[in-house]
Ligand binder design. Structure first.
Ligand code: VG1
Ligand code: CO
Length: 543
């Protein structure tokens, strides 16, 4: 088969954000755009010649086109074998698992996570390395540098590779192996959890629902929850992945999964409910009458890790991203395991996981995961909760209340200001940044500022440095205010304001978070000039 070397000119915007390169479909479907980025990866990273790689995506619009392009380019660039998820579908955690399972050189994961899909929506590509984690910034910086000078890409002719049936075929000199990734992923989950205990829980009068939001987790959830664990068929909702996610916004939070939340929090019609996002790495956990804040979910899973067979002997440590609530730290302090604080983005956990310093980690953005893969894992978190509930024989609310009684409660909210201009967002960032030096020692809303800085991180394993990772104002253990700019959007700018207040007196453990955090929110507004600079009087989304 003939290899073409096609002349191209560079695009200047192929710098990877918090999780991969995300752009609108309009940008990604321009001639040469995807090709340039993929060629920049092939040119930058060593070892593709004769290698095996993994390929798949969340099924969103343009997934199928991009997969065929990458297959033809892989063949032209000397890749020996591409392992493809059946139908081109792979959740982000399943892709990470396949890279590990087949000891593949790397993988391309096609996803823009929860960003809306369809011709007017977003598309994205992540490059994951051997071991299953997203490439570090040093690698993606080199890819970006290469993309800015790219003169040609390599591709072979093909009429299209059929990827809907499991099996092996050839494309030029390359092998394409289509695998049933739900089966492999289900096997992995069976090794992690006490499936018998969960099966018993689900066989009783425990009522649950999982909302796949028309995104990638549907087939995985059906296979595991229904076929393997015996949940009723209708327990898994919106289970067919659609190219436009059914026109929805598969971001599992109280706004975008409102119907589910109403059913379990207000109507109290279910004991447990959960949802996942576009690419299957996020999770939302709800119990009867109660929303579990992601930071609390992480802390509860870490506190009860001994109920999970994979961590029955205890965990050496756990990690959270900097803006994630310090509920995890409280558990670590009492239980005596190490706690790490990393920048936002899952790639920062990978070295700690590889070095076995941590077993469990999470982010406030509905991301939780463990050492079994190198991405966050929505279904893993759901199964972890079911496993813990089954072993502890407690409801979500009882477990949560017992947790707060023991460790105190970190009230937490994230306020997103979406669709800002870059100037508006920068004005707020600059106002707070300029004040950092003089904040220490000041008192706001009765709380003394003990530290104020711009978060920077030195990786304890490879000493790599990440600067500019968010502005934070700490009031001892009592409270924190954090402001950072999102790195996953595709237009304008999004600001994220994170608020956290700790309470431990018994009467203060069951208050509405918005009420507890109102005063801190007012302080944050004053320190950042959010209202003044954005003209908004409320956030776009509160989670
Ligand atoms: C957001 C979240 C971050 C998460 C990232 C990717 O990034 O805040 O915690 O790791 O999305 O998740 P940012 O830069 O927009 O705040 V996913 O499920 O969108 O791949
Ligand atoms: Co995601």
């Amino acid at each position: 088969m003939h290899t073409h070397t096609v002349a191209t000119t560079p695009f200047d915007d192929q710098r990877v954000g918090t999780a991969g390169l995300r752009k609108t479909v309009a940008v990604f479907s321009q001639p040469r755009y995807l090709e340039n980025f993929v060629q920049a990866v092939f040119d930058t990273v060593d070892g593709f010649d004769g290698a095996s790689i993994v390929l798949g995506g969340d099924g969103r619009y343009h997934n199928d086109v991009a997969i065929q392009t990458i297959l033809r380019m892989a063949a032209a660039n000397g890749v020996a074998k591409v392992i493809v998820g059946q139908g081109g579908i792979l959740s982000t955690p399943a892709a990470s698992h396949l890279i590990r399972h087949f000891d593949a050189h790397s993988g391309f994961v096609l996803s823009a996570s929860h960003n809306p899909a369809g011709p007017d929506g977003d598309f994205g590509i992540k490059f994951n390395i051997r071991g299953g984690g997203q490439a570090a910034s040093s690698v993606t910086d080199a890819i970006y540098a290469c993309s800015k000078q790219l003169a040609a890409y390599k591709i072979i002719d093909s009429d299209g590779v059929a990827i809907n049936q499991v099996g092996t075929q050839s494309l030029g000199n390359m092998t394409v192996e289509v695998v049933d990734s739900t089966a492999l992923y289900a096997d992995l989950m069976a090794q992690q959890f006490d499936f018998d205990a969960i099966r018993q829980l689900l066989a009783g009068d425990f009522k649950m629902a999982f909302d796949a939001m028309h995104a990638v987790t549907g087939p995985y959830a059906k296979r595991i929850l229904v076929d393997t664990l015996g949940a009723p068929r209708d327990a898994v909702r919106n289970a067919t992945p659609l190219p436009d996610f059914g026109g929805g916004h598969p971001d599992p939070n109280l706004l975008y999964a409102k119907d589910l939340a109403d059913e379990v929090i207000n109507a109290q019609a279910l004991d447990f409910a959960a949802a996942s996002d576009g690419d299957g790495d996020r999770n939302m956990i709800l119990g009867k009458g109660l929303f579990v804040s992601p930071g609390d979910s992480l802390a509860v899973i870490a506190a009860n890790a001994d109920a999970l067979p994979a961590y029955a002997d205890g965990i050496p440590g756990a990690a959270r991203s900097m803006p994630t609530s310090r509920a995890l730290d409280a558990v670590a302090a009492q239980q005596g395991f190490d706690a790490y604080e990393t920048p936002t983005g899952w790639k920062f956990f990978c070295n700690l996981l590889d070095a076995e310093r941590i077993s469990i980690c999470g982010e406030e953005s509905f991301g939780t995961g463990a050492a079994h893969v190198r991405e966050k894992d929505g279904l893993w978190a759901v199964l972890a909760w079911l496993n813990i509930l089954a072993v502890r024989q407690q409801s979500v609310a009882d477990l949560m209340h017992a947790h707060w009684a023991r460790y105190g409660r970190h009230y937490y909210q994230r306020h997103d200001y979406e669709g800002l201009t870059v100037d508006q967002a920068d004005a707020c960032m600059n106002k707070l940044r300029n004040a950092l030096g003089s904040l220490r020692g000041q008192t706001h809303a009765g709380l003394a500022v003990t530290a104020a800085d711009e978060f920077a991180y030195t990786d304890p394993i490879d000493q790599s440095r990440a600067e500019g990772q968010g502005l934070r104002v700490c009031f001892g253990d009592a409270a924190r205010i954090i402001l950072r700019k999102s790195g996953t959007g595709t237009s304008g700018a999004t600001l994220r304001l994170y608020l956290e207040t700790f309470r431990s007196d018994e009467w203060e453990l069951r208050l509405p978070p918005a009420e507890v955090l109102a005063e801190l929110a007012a302080v944050a507004d004053q320190l950042t000039g959010l209202r003044e600079h954005t003209g908004r009087d409320a956030p776009s989304v509160i989670t």
